[in-house]
Design a protein around this ligand. Structure first.
Ligand SMILES: [Zn+2]
Length: 248
């Protein structure tokens, strides 16, 4: 009897040992798989991140395209009308079609913040710029200014035909709609946020000596998100930025 009892105990012990081994192996496999899955997810995320980064780099490189950073001012006039594709806005103003999506996005976000802008002036032909220039000249002449003084005052506000960014289709005058918003609400919003959409305040107060144009809180110029971000952060104007990049 004692012998048989001992053999029963031994087989029970063996049985338990097998079960224990089985549990150990199964949990080992499960742990191994879970660690591997986590590693795989981590690796996938890292890969996705790398893909996103290289995609962004590609986009940023594209943003360095020449048209984005074309400088137009007194020293760098354009000749005649540029052959560009234009998109007409609901109020009849036009802009270079390549900036339209970002302009639209910026306006949508501004409205979502309760600020209501309009494009008061977009693309202008050489002839239209000439008409605006002549009109301003006439205003000053009417005030009794000499031709020389009228010209000087006019050119503080209106670019000489051929030297206006409006002729590129990349410069836009943005004002309040006059119903839901005041001018300064739009200007303040733009000053803080426009660079996020690729637009810069082109003629700031502290750069008048360089730009030759008085502070125009409404005039924004599209240069792409990358350049706009750098210009905003560095507190420079387009002339200074291009010079620092060796592009002018
Ligand atoms: Zn303007």
């Amino acid at each position: 009897m004692a012998k048989r009892k001992g053999s029963k105990n031994r087989s029970l012990k063996r049985f338990l040992a097998v079960i224990l081994l089985f549990i150990t192996v199964i949990s080992g496999v499960l742990i191994y798989r879970s660690v591997n899955t986590r590693a795989a997810v981590g690796a996938q995320r890292a890969q996705d991140g790398a893909n996103n980064a290289s995609q962004e780099e590609g986009e940023q490189e594209q943003e360095q395209e020449e048209w984005l950073l074309q400088l137009v001012n007194k020293q760098n006039p354009i000749h005649g009308d540029n052959d560009i594709e234009l998109t007409e806005l609901s109020n009849g103003e036009r802009v270079d079609s390549r900036i339209y999506p970002q302009l639209q996005k910026m306006f949508d976000d501004m409205r979502a913040d309760g600020v209501y802008p309009i494009v008061a002036s977009g693309y202008r032909t050489q002839k239209e710029q000439q008409q605006i220039y002549d009109k301003k000249m006439a205003e000053y002449t009417k005030k009794g200014y000499s031709k020389e003084k009228a010209k000087k005052e006019t050119e503080k506000w209106v670019a000489v035909p051929g030297t206006s960014e409006h002729q590129l289709g990349l410069g836009v005058d943005i004002n309040a709609d006059g119903v839901h918003s005041y001018g300064y609400e739009v200007y303040n919003w733009l000053a803080e946020n426009a660079h996020l959409y690729g637009f810069i305040h082109r003629y700031p107060e502290d750069k008048v000596k360089i730009t030759g144009i008085s502070n125009e809180p409404w005039h924004y110029r599209y240069v792409g998100v990358k350049a706009a971000g750098e210009i905003y952060k560095q507190g420079v104007c387009l002339e200074e930025y291009l010079e620092s990049k060796g592009l002018n």
